[in-house]
Design a protein around this ligand. Sequence first.
Ligand code: GLC
Ligand code: MG
Length: 675
Amino acid sequence: MSLRKAIGGSMELGECTMNPGYQGAEGGVSAADPGEKNQDLAEDYTQIKPYAGMPKEVLLLYSSQARYRVPREILFWLIVACTLALVALTVTVIALSPRCLSWWQASPVYQVYPRSFRDSDGDGVGDLKGIQEQLHHFEYLNIKSVWISPFYRSPMKDFGYDVEDFRAIDPLFGTMHDFEELLAEMHNKGLKLIMDFIPNHTSDRHRWFNLSRTGDTHYKDYYVWTDCNATAPKPNNWVSIFGNSSWTYDDLRGQCYLHQFLKEQPDLNFRNPHVRQEIIDIIHFWLGKGVDGFRMDAVKHILEAEHLRDEPQVDPKQPPEDVTTEWELYHDYTTSQLGLHDMLREWRAEMDIYSREPGRYRFMVTESYDYHEVEKTMMYYGTPQVKESDFPFNFYLLDLPQNPSGMWVKHLVHLWMGNMPKGQWPNWVVGNHDRSRIASSAGQIYVRVINMLLLTLPGTPTTYYGEEIGMENINVTDSQIQDPAGKYNSSASRDPQRSPMQWSDDINAGFNTKSNITWLPVHPDYSSVNVEVQKKEPGSVLAQYRFLSTLRQSELPLHRGWFCYVHADANVFSYLRELEGLGRAFLMVLNFGKESAITDLSSIRELPDQLKVLMSTNQVNSGKVLQKSHIPTEVGEGLLIQYSTHTRFNPTHPDQCYVSEKACYLSAMDILYKC
Ligand code: GLC
Ligand code: MG
């Protein structure tokens, strides 16, 4: 501002103010010659003391004195510098921070088979309200992710895997309101709900199938139909997973339809764009309701070859008419067809739309048994550019009982670790509603060590209900068989592993209290093998499961550290978990063999000579101090050893070690950083 203007302003103002400080200045103006006077005036202004109601112009003049201006400018530039430093620091921290684990990585997945978990209304079959009553069990176990097998409206030919209406709850399990309450309550407790999703087929009672049978123009190609001979309906040699031809003749339509499972489960025709859209709409329906993820059922069967040629026989000499089971054919035309992964990726993309809500990542796991073709399973991970499932279920540990030994378990673990695409997240399954309980197939003696393996391997463990207490298969007589697979071949029955959950030693093991019926018999061992009793026993299977699951959650090396093999022999499988920068690491020595063993790990330089057992599955050995050259284990015993070290094993043994979501620890600041 010019001096002239300031003076002008002051003169105008002089006429309307009687402030004494101002009057002094006014006096100066009236007395002297204008040029000189102006200079004096400027100096005089520097003498002004601030006063209330001071005009802006005077204030500005006053505040532009060096003693005010300089500190002000210093302060200004300091603020600029600090802001820039803060932005730079934030950017650096973000750039250096490793990705946080998502909920599906941080917690084990617990599978609930709803018919068998908890029956709230006493009709003998478990239900949604029953699950809600028992949510505290997941909290007790430190489990956040719960997968519930299907509860859609269904005629229950395959216990819910035959869906009559994808948008309705079966009355046996409750109502849509019950579902919404369950989901809300789970979310309140910080639990995630994973639904079963069954895209491959519907029930033969589904509206689409009824319309398709009648040849309705819109629905006629919703399923896979072909001409066939009504009296010998076999358009080709394809067989159902449950046995016999996968084709059934339909009187109404006068054609055969395909069913890779039961004849009451017709396969949808995914070559029809309307079918593809229907499935996407259903995905939206449930994501809109807030479910946290899907377990995609039987995905490898979704597409079939259109040419319908015979599949090659495993034994070319076998008479073709004798081929009745899935094991007798190579499924070149009914599984893993071209286009399958595109479809899954499309579903994934739809799910990702909902994942954009903060903290609401929607998870996808796929079910595909590819037996000896591990590379086929790995394809469900997608590619670095195109995401598919978060992980395909890893079923290899289900083969553990075939040959319990340290080397065999290492082999099964390595099948996954050695084939998993870089940057992906592993997972482990030791039981489900389709497979014998591991306590029965491997033997009760291995239950604890298997749980220890499951909860200390890298990646997400899946626990089938009851495994946390060591439940065993039930014996089901032929007349008691419920499972359609068992009706075809009693040895293939899945009823034994689906018996009611054992909550207590009350009637029906506390599965229900209002009546004396249960859809399958309760295992007779329930008076000792149950949640309530095991909660009171410090060394129980349940107590050990809970300890391990809590440790896994709280210990960085266990949930995101390196995993390194250190030893495997006929009995023992041993590995360690460590994290760069953290002085604490864990060593597991697990005996899966048939004999007790002494393991010598003295060649592992990174281990201290003395090792203290943090937990043994054989409770009396917990707390013992062992020499690393002499680590004793009993059959079925697992040792979890916590040790301190500053030298890591992984840098010198890169071919024995794996890590996903790699991170290093900075002890000075107690943070993880990208390394
Ligand atoms: C999956 C389910 C199984 C069911 C089949 C047909 O494999 O796990 O229980 O029978 O799909 O839907
Ligand atoms: Mg299909």
